[in-house]
Write a protein that binds this ligand. Structure first.
Ligand SMILES: [Zn+2]
Ligand SMILES: [Zn+2]
Length: 415
């Protein structure tokens, strides 16, 4: 489940559905509420929301019965029947029959509760209610210090007034995990310190980047200095869902580094949904621009070279470098990344995923790289679990863990 595992289109959550009958005019401005907040649980086949019924059909058509899989894989050949039976507790089509459902204690003990939560969360997102938790705060007052220890302290010190339940927290963390993970890594009050995973080499790299951020801070009132500034360049490679987010979400990164001009480059074959466009730029604010390059980084590298460890940093969100199908494809990119001597941060969607990426990197590039951040859990991971259509036992948490590397033989030079 390395690629294409993000099941819900993030963009669809922010695009209001067209009114069912435009002739009603003004009356349609009030959105119709399809499910009430106290009545969010519905078996997928009986959901009042079409998208959820379709999801149920998709799982039935492509999924597997866990008990069938267990019984047949013990005999050496995996075979499964269609999961026609819907678990009454989570509402997902999980097994081929009630009998096979009853046999699967693992489902009820380990999985069912999380699936139930996902069922209610997805109904809530599509309920038609006004999603106030997605009304985000704007720029921070200079005298208020952001606390980047964890989601709670971040949301509190950034005045997210409408995130008042754990469900709202799950919704918001799922989309903000990308900009805030970047911001928390770069920020001077980063949770990644020498006491928390950062290596001495990591400190050197972060000091270089923070020197630039400090220069931006000092230049904020001097127009001429502002003109001369080099922007921070954040490269997001292998970009998929994170490139599809509404651009304004990345303002939350800009607010964390309020005086820095930031260019985010989304690079990857899947970073633009349309087939025709290969590159584009969206200017979000006077200091933030998003740039999209539909190609592999190692093919497009001359668009971005030269690189400077003081201004440039790379993020790879759940790249799946250790996945057998993706490993060879990532090798030329990692090779180039290490040559830039810039900091590279990567995430994984659970412990096994991250360990397999780290093992592959160590095996393929161990003698060419230094560790900047030891692999560890990310305090700004999504709080939501996503489940695979084909196998509900496969789940993923966006940016569950994080680590950092950089090409060897690097010395910070004073500018
Ligand atoms: Zn079965
Ligand atoms: Zn269940």
């Amino acid at each position: 489940m390395a690629r294409g595992r993000r099941l819900i289109s993030l963009k669809s959550l922010f695009t209001p559905a067209p009114p069912e009958d435009a002739a009603h005019g003004a009356a349609d401005k009030k959105q119709r509420v399809l499910v009430r907040p106290d009545d969010l649980f519905h078996p997928l086949s009986k959901s009042p929301i079409r998208e959820m019924r379709e999801k149920g059909l998709l799982i039935r058509g492509n999924g597997s019965c866990a008990t069938c899989v267990d019984e047949t894989s013990a005999k050496g050949r995996v075979a499964t029947r269609e999961p026609e039976f819907e678990c009454p507790d989570c509402g997902y089509p999980t097994h081929c029959s009630e009998g096979h459902w009853a046999q699967d204690t693992g489902h009820r003990e380990e999985l069912c509760g999380f699936l139930r939560e996902a069922n209610e969360d997805e109904h809530d997102l599509r309920s038609g209610r006004t999603l106030r938790e997605f009304e985000f705060p704007s720029a921070q007052l200079a005298e208020v210090v952001v606390n980047l220890s964890n989601w709670d302290s971040y949301l509190y010190t950034r005045s997210f007034m409408n995130v008042t339940s754990s469900r709202a927290m799950r919704h918001v963390s799922k989309v903000l995990t990308y900009p805030v993970t970047i911001g928390a890594t770069l920020h001077q009050y980063s949770p990644f310190t020498l006491k928390a995973g950062l290596t001495p080499e990591g400190l050197k790299s972060m000091t270089a980047l923070r020197t630039t951020i400090k220069e931006h801070d000092m230049a904020r009132s001097e127009k001429e200095l502002v003109m001369q500034q080099m922007p921070l360049r954040v490269f997001v490679l292998g970009a998929r869902a994170e490139a599809m987010l509404p651009p304004h979400l990345y303002l939350q990164l800009a607010y964390l580094l309020p005086n820095s001009p930031i260019h985010i480059y989304f690079v990857g074959p899947e970073c633009i949904p349309t087939a025709e466009a290969t590159r584009s730029t969206i200017v979000v604010s006077s200091r933030l621009a998003l740039k999209y390059h539909k190609s592999y980084f190692h093919d497009a590298i001359w668009n971005f070279a030269p690189f400077d460890p003081f201004t440039d940093v790379f993020f790879l969100f759940s790249p799946g470098i250790g996945h057998p199908e993706a490993r060879a494809g990532w090798q030329p990119t990692v090779e180039k990344l290490l040559e830039t001597k810039c900091a590279v941060f990567a995430t994984g969607f659970h412990e096994r995923d991250m360990c397999s990426d780290v093992a592959a990197l160590t095996e393929d590039f161990g003698d060419k790289m230094d560790w900047l951040l030891q692999p560890r859990e990310n305090p700004f991971a999504s709080k939501k679990r996503d489940f695979g259509i084909r196998n509900l036992r496969e789940w993923a948490i966006s940016n569950w863990g994080i680590y950092g590397i950089r090409g060897k033989r690097y010395e910070v030079q004073s500018k």
